[in-house]
Ligand binder design. Structure first.
Ligand code: HEC
Ligand code: HEC
Length: 425
């Protein structure tokens, strides 16, 4: 195990005062109660609004949440610019070809016609960092928020921060590989966050080695808190409506819990988060740029549906047989139950129920619950590799692992059918 010196990492001001924790101190207080409960028919009269008013309000909240998800850095430029100096690296060394090679994505819809034409006819230089700066100015690099100013007559990137979309959005490659329309909620499994952070001139060699070992599609959201280094795959942010255990380990009951955690503890946003189960309180800066945004952010995330499988991507007849195995001999339904294929709302599971365990260090042991949540399976076709550590490369691997570890005695055709069923979800 690599022992990283994390002293130079963007370790937040981590004070251990569990008494400061207040469950009520979420952003939900920051919006009018009628907005927060939009849709709750019983309160209609109390709010004095018609259902149309509420629907309009809800739509506005969702639209605001989309902007936050895509473009809000919560003031985390303090971490990415002032501490890590990533803006210096981008403006001098990261041309668009390099940016795409570490998994960054470009939003084709943010590109003006002249730039599109320039990319097509080769007059826009994709080997120049200045082009990256232009793309940032256009707000076209998914998940990066840049401030571009004219310094001595030159367009210069002066600040950069990150947004939720960096890890939880990708593009449909409709223009070119890595360039296309945004797909919010789809995990960016090409993104190599460790390699990107390791570009910082502010980090020591040992930290860079640890960060570079994580690989594409993975991030360790506990690293800067406990100093250990074992990443998890970036999960989808879609398909979570109605699920009240959030994260692989079910740490929070609603999305806003983790949204606050990640905005402050990982992204470096201005605000605070407390988690008494980890004896953790983090406060960045003096203002709170997170709390008031949480209701809208959550409202938007709840609209993100798991994508349906592409036509022809699975065999319907085999899938129907696979369903019988899922519910019968495979015993999958004992945990992957209900419409979201998870028992998350009733229970979490001991460490041994994860087919990725035993692992060292155990991810569960670093979490607030020390247990695992049964993963929801809607859209599971979309986001290989599987299990929190990405140890199963394909759905075949998943099924094979269960069959062996649980001694299910499934035949090869049974397993093939079960895979077709998983692909259909
Ligand atoms: C650097 C990459 C990165 C960024 C940026 C990021 N996340 Fe995540 N996110 C992760 C990883 C990795 C996990 C898995 C952590 C876990 O489950 O323990 C995760 C987990 C989640 C989950 C839990 C999903 C589930 O299945 O329960 C949600 C929701 C989420 N993130 C939303 C957000 C939001 C909202 C933002 C912006 C405020 C954000 N994330 C920013 C990497 C990132
Ligand atoms: C005892 C409860 C339990 C049973 C039975 C069970 N699972 Fe799971 N499943 C889990 C848990 C917990 C996880 C999360 C493990 C992790 O990420 O470490 C999971 C994860 C998965 C994943 C990975 C999802 C992702 O997003 O990475 C798939 C696919 C899956 N299970 C399919 C199945 C199939 C197929 C069966 C039946 C052969 C099955 N499971 C049986 C509890 C269960």
């Amino acid at each position: 195990m690599m022992k990283a010196d994390t002293s130079a990492m963007p370790r937040p001001d981590t004070r251990r005062h569990s008494a400061q924790y207040k469950r009520g101190a979420t952003g939900s207080r920051a919006v009018p109660i009628c907005t927060a409960v939009a849709g709750a028919v019983a309160l209609l009269a109390a709010c004095g609004g018609s259902s149309e008013d509420l629907a309009t309000e809800q739509a506005a909240l969702v639209a605001q949440g989309q902007q936050i998800f895509r473009f809000d850095a919560f003031g985390d430029e303090a971490q990415w610019t002032d501490t890590l100096r990533i803006h210096e690296v981008i403006r001098t060394a990261v041309d668009p070809v390099t940016a795409l090679s570490v998994g960054l994505k470009v939003d084709a819809e943010a590109l003006p016609a002249a730039v599109v034409q320039g990319i097509q006819n080769g007059s826009v230089d994709l080997k120049s960092p200045a082009t990256t700066v232009t793309l940032l100015k256009l707000n076209a690099v998914v998940g990066l928020k840049g401030t571009v100013e004219t310094v001595n007559g030159v367009e210069t990137l002066t600040r950069v921060g990150i947004t939720c979309a960096l890890c939880h959005s990708t593009v449909d490659n409709s223009f070119a590989p890595g360039i296309g329309k945004r797909l919010d909620g789809w995990p960016n499994r090409d993104l190599n966050p460790g390699a990107i952070i390791a570009l910082s001139p502010a980090l020591d060699a040992a930290t860079k080695v640890a960060l570079n070992s994580w690989g594409a599609g993975k991030f360790d959201p506990r690293h800067n808190v406990d100093g250990l280094s074992k990443p998890v795959v970036i999960p989808p942010a879609y398909g979570l409506d109605g699920i009240h255990r959030i994260t692989f380990t079910g740490d929070g009951e609603d999305l806003a819990y983790w949204n606050r955690y990640v905005a402050v503890a990982e992204m470096g946003g201005q605000g605070s988060v407390s988690e008494p189960r980890l004896n953790l309180t983090i406060k960045n800066g003096t203002q709170d740029l997170v709390s008031a945004k949480l209701p809208a952010l959550q409202a938007y995330q709840l609209t993100l549906k798991a994508p349906t499988p592409p036509a022809g991507s699975f065999d319907a007849v085999a899938s129907a047989r696979g369903k019988q195995i899922f519910e019968g001999a495979g015993k999958c339904v004992t945990c992957h139950s209900g419409s979201a294929f998870t028992d998350a709302n009733t229970r979490l599971h001991p460490v041994a129920d994860s087919m990725a365990e035993p692992e060292s260090p155990s991810y569960a042991s670093r979490s607030a619950t020390k247990q695992y949540r049964t993963s929801p399976l809607k859209g599971v076709w979309q986001h290989a590799p599987y299990f929190h550590d990405g140890s199963a490369a394909t759905l075949q691997d998943v099924v094979q692992t269960y069959n062996t570890r649980q001694s299910l005695g499934l035949s090869a055709p049974d397993m093939a059918d079960l895979v077709q069923y998983l692909k259909s979800l």
